[in-house]
Structures are given as C-alpha cells and as structure tokens.
Design a protein around this ligand. Structure first.
Ligand code: AHM
Ligand code: MG
Length: 344
C-alpha cells in the first residue's frame, strides 16, 4: 500500500465538533462537552451489544418499562449507561428516557444548560437476533431563567416542539456503528465508529436525501387497522396506476433507526401510521419522531404525522406521547399528503 493511499487527515467527531464550535464565537464549549458524553455512551452501548451473546446479555430483564414493554437486559444497561454519561457530562440538567416514567433531574448541576431526550436502545425486539438497533437522541437548550441553584425544573420544559431542538441524531448499531447528527439550521453528517481507534470518523458528510425512491418501509401486518386513505396509499405503491410502471420495493427491519438510516441514504418512505389499534400511533414524539423529523428535514426530506401536520411542530402533552409518522424523500411524503387530502 503506497503511503499516498492512507488518509492522514481524518475528521473525527471530536475534530468536527471543535471546528463547528469555532463558527460560533459565543459558544461556551458546553455543547461540545455534552456531545463527548453522548458519543461515549454510544461507544459503550455498541460494545455491549456486540458482546451480548457472549456475556449473557440476551433476553429479558424481568421488568417492564413505563409504557408496558418488556425490558431486555440490554434496555436496562443501555439506559443506565446513557443516564450516567449525561450526569457525568455536567452539562445536562434534565433527561427523558423511554425507559423511565419520569424525567431525571441532575440537581447537582443547576447551571447545566441542556435537556436531553433519548431512546437508549430503540428496536430492542431485534436484539437477540443480532439485527440492527439504535440510540435516538435530541437536545434542547434551557432558557437562562431555568438555570441556577434553587430553581425547580420539571417535565414542562421538555414539552416543546421539534423546532426547539438544538441538535438531534441517532447511532445505529449494525455491521458498524453509524452516528448521524444534525444541528439546528445545519446539515446532516454521518460518522462511522472505527473500533481500533475508538473514534467516530466522518464518512458521510452533508447527507442529502434523494428526492424520490420507490421503496416503502412499514409494518404491513397492521394493514387491517389502517384508515382507508392509508390503505389506498400503500395499495397505490404496489399497483401503479400507470401501465408499465414498476411497483415499489418493500423493506422493513422493524428498528426505526435502521429503517430511517436506510431511507436517509437510499431515499423512499418510512411510515408507522396511527391506526384503529393505536389511534395515537406507536412511536414517541419527543425522543423518536421529533429527532428523526429534524434529521430528515435537514437532509432535504419531509416528516409528517397521521394528520399530515409537520412533525417538527407537534407539541407533546406528555413526555411519552406517541404519534403516527411518515418520513422520507420529499416526493414520497408528498404522495402520502396527496392521498390523505383526497380522502379527508
Ligand atoms: P421500542 O422503542 O419499544 O423498541 O419500539 C419502537 C420500535 C421501532 O424501532 C420500530 O420502528 C417499531 O417499534 C417497530 O414496531 P412493530 O414491531 O410494531 O413493527
Ligand atoms: Mg423506542
């Protein structure tokens, strides 16, 4: 291998964040430190997922979380890792996790500026089969009025629309660990964990969602519960009205992060509609829908709920509220909106 083939000017996540920070002269560096803690939790979770079958980490923990899901051992470990990382960062004031009924406050850091929402291991039903899962996160900045010792801080600071997020992203634990992050008003950048170096390396700069692609990703086993417009929409993808046009391909992993990552890269549509069985939908607004919606919009895509409202503007009433979701390429989401409008 000629020396000229080796990239000696690698952009790690740390370097990327440092360079980003210099664009904002007023930045205190707190966000960069928070991100260091985030990336450490992703590396740790990736480490345990890789070793789960070897060190007795498969299967159930014997408990269920706030929304009644059985918790896997790794759900519990992922949650504990994430909470410790956020506490240790000193920059997180309050945290919402899918695995915790209530918010977690870090009163020992009364001046910490950030509120973090997360699903530590999303798609955990896939874990024991070695199928990709992921961590989803979102970051809000607290107003100055919320800072300081003696201030009580409650879940209401988190009942904000996605438009208030300062950053969001996910890490997918697949054949490799892939971290995708975006900041408010910025682009979407993807990093791959280099295991030997222990660093996330910028491998997918400025990700842009293709405007269209004939791939749909939905749990079709729920069809009988869908609204008529939704049934018709999916039908139209499989039976094109125009003669000679090819039907769409179906791809469904059953891990939102993995399905979303593929959709970001290849284009298409990912959907988990609200239906008669789950009238509010399945996926959670705060730590599943909103962070994904932000990534998709910043990559040039669209994200709406089952009433065709912009997902980024939906305000949850409760930290664990759910929503229907359609996210993907611009033209593909537009097809959903058009069919909805025909029926409503
Ligand atoms: P979880 O947070 O309990 O893991 O559930 C969320 C997951 C998503 O990752 C995925 O998109 C969806 O549930 C799959 O649901 P289903 O098995 O109903 O298709
Ligand atoms: Mg989840």
């Amino acid at each position: 291998v000629g020396q000229e083939n080796i990239n000696t000017d690698i952009v790690t996540l740390t370097r990327f964040l440092t360079e980003e920070q210099t664009k904002y002269p007023a930045a205190s560096g707190d966000f960069t430190l928070l991100c260091h803690a985030l990336q450490f939790s992703f590396k740790s979770i990736a480490y345990y997922i890789r070793r789960a079958s070897l060190i007795n980490l498969t299967g159930l923990a014997g408990s269920s979380n706030t929304t009644g899901d059985d918790q896997k051992k790794l759900d519990v470990i992922g949650n504990d890792i994430f909470i410790s990382a956020m506490r240790g960062s000193g920059k997180c004031r309050i945290l919402v996790s899918e695995e915790e009924e209530d918010v977690i406050r870090f009163d020992e850091h009364p001046n910490a500026r950030y509120a973090v929402v997360c699903d530590p291991i999303d798609g955990s039903s896939n874990l024991d089969a070695g199928v990709s899962v992921g961590t989803i996160f979102g970051v809000f900045q607290l107003p100055d009025s919320a800072l300081g010792a003696g201030k009580t801080i409650g879940p209401e600071v988190l009942l904000s629309p996605g438009t208030e997020l300062v950053a969001s992203g996910f890490t997918m634990y697949g054949a490799s660990a892939q971290l995708v992050i975006t900041m408010r008003g910025g682009g979407v950048n993807g990093f791959t964990l280099e295991n030997s170096l222990g660093e996330f390396i910028l491998t997918h700069p400025n990700m842009q969602l293709p405007a269209k692609r004939a791939i749909y990703s939905v749990n079709e086993g729920n069809s009988m519960y869908w609204d008529e417009w939704c049934k018709q929409y999916l039908h139209s993808l499989k039976y094109p009205a125009v003669e000679g046009e090819k039907p769409y391909s179906a791809r469904y992993i059953g891990s939102m992060v993995a399905d979303a990552y593929r959709t970001l890269l290849y284009g298409g549509i990912f959907a988990y509609p609200a239906d008669s069985k789950s009238p509010k939908g399945k996926l959670r607004i705060l730590y599943e829908c909103a962070p994904m919606a932000m990534l998709f919009e910043n990559a040039g895509g669209l994200a709406v709920n089952s009433r065709m409202e912009r997902l980024m503007e939906v305000v949850p009433e409760h930290i664990h509220d759910r929503s229907g979701v359609f996210l993907g390429s611009k033209d593909e989401v537009q097809k959903v909106i058009d069919m909805y409008n025909k029926y409503n």
